[in-house]
Design a protein around this ligand. Sequence first.
Ligand code: FES
Length: 121
Amino acid sequence: MAEVLVCKRGELADGAVRIVYFDKHEIAVILQDGAYYAYRNVCPHQGGPACEGIRVPRVIDVVDEHGAYHGQSYDKEQMHIVCPWHGYEFNLKTGEHPGNNRIKLKKYDIVERGGEVYVAV
Ligand code: FES
């Protein structure tokens, strides 16, 4: 297995995305809340640059114990990547679409070594 250098630890600002390339593939490395995530930058819908979209918390319905609906809120523990082409969302931690986990971004492992960050390809 090969590794592609992404950056030095601390080089990227939190919330940043860095695109690296391996074997003609674009891999997006996202730093969010101190953790790195890496996905192939290709949306399973129609091939858009999914990882270059905004990130938003998951929207959840607020329903009380009687089943009454009280609007919507955000689950800030579940950040989503939003594909900029048509709005498909993917869980930042898993790469899975929240409504169908068979639709997902291709995930890569991150390796941190010697003060540098790599993606394992
Ligand atoms: S290409 Fe990503 S939502 Fe359509």
